[in-house]
Design a binder for this molecule. Structure first.
Ligand code: HEC
Length: 209
């Protein structure tokens, strides 16, 4: 009887030690230019989707997501903060996107009909607000985006696949550039509006006082 227990314990210890030894050995490849094995990739994707579905479960989207003002306000922020990774109409790829792993999805692509519009919007809101660990997708709330700013982003993302390059440019220009609320840059005091798309300006006018 005693032998069985010693054997069982030995097996358990070995079962725990082997993965630890592999992890510690330095043999796990963390480089971004070698993909995960399909099993690991699917496992990570499943954990991500379960986690987001659970966390975003009680997020209720506002009813006015198709409002033109929301879409316009979201445009400048998208162009300044997101387009480099998630692309824009007429732009097929970017340097950073090609090197990132996982690769940022092309948000100008039409999404397949799947889950309802509401759940999809809630999912996008949650991802933009909280980010996704170790992927390059930031938690934009930590950078200063408020919930209403993030809903404007979601509104813009819904409109994005239907935009031509010219319509995209027009919206970005009309949006007042990169101010999280999407208002004209001049309203922030010392900063002056420079014809719409003002490049990478956080709209944190107060910091310059
Ligand atoms: C540095 C690159 C980078 C930037 C900049 C970036 N993202 Fe992402 N984003 C990612 C990556 C990578 C993923 C995929 C993460 C994953 O697969 O787990 C992602 C995923 C997403 C998704 C989920 C897409 C889906 O349906 O699966 C949304 C929505 C999104 N980002 C929106 C935004 C918005 C809005 C911005 C700008 C405010 C932004 N991202 C800026 C890298 C980026």
């Amino acid at each position: 009887m005693k032998k069985i227990w010693i054997g069982a314990f030995g097996l358990l210890a070995a079962a725990a030690l082997i993965p630890a030894a592999v992890l510690y050995s330095g043999m796990v490849d963390v480089s971004a230019d070698t993909p995960h094995s399909p099993v690991v990739y699917e496992l990570i994707a499943a954990v991500r989707e379960r986690s987001i579905a659970r966390s975003a479960g009680d997020v209720v989207p506002p009813t006015d997501l198709s409002e033109a003002a929301r879409v316009r306000r979201g445009a400048g922020n998208y162009d300044a903060m997101c387009a480099g990774c998630h692309l824009s109409p007429g732009v097929a790829n970017s340097e950073i996107r090609q090197g990132l792993y996982p690769q940022p999805p092309d948000l100008t692509a039409l999404r397949e009909a799947g889950e309802g519009q509401d759940r999809f919007a809630a999912r996008q809101f949650w991802i933009i607000k909280h980010g996704i660990k170790a992927t390059g997708m930031a938690a934009w709330s930590k950078g200063g985006m408020t919930d209403p700013d993030i809903w404007d982003q979601v509104a813009f993302l819904q409109a994005l696949p239907a935009l031509s390059p010219a319509q995209y440019r027009q919206l970005v220009t009309a949006s007042g550039g990169h101010t999280h609320g999407g208002e004209a840059v001049g309203e922030h005091g010392q900063e002056t509006a420079d014809e719409g798309d003002s490049g990478h300006d956080h709209g944190h006018g107060d910091h310059h006082h």
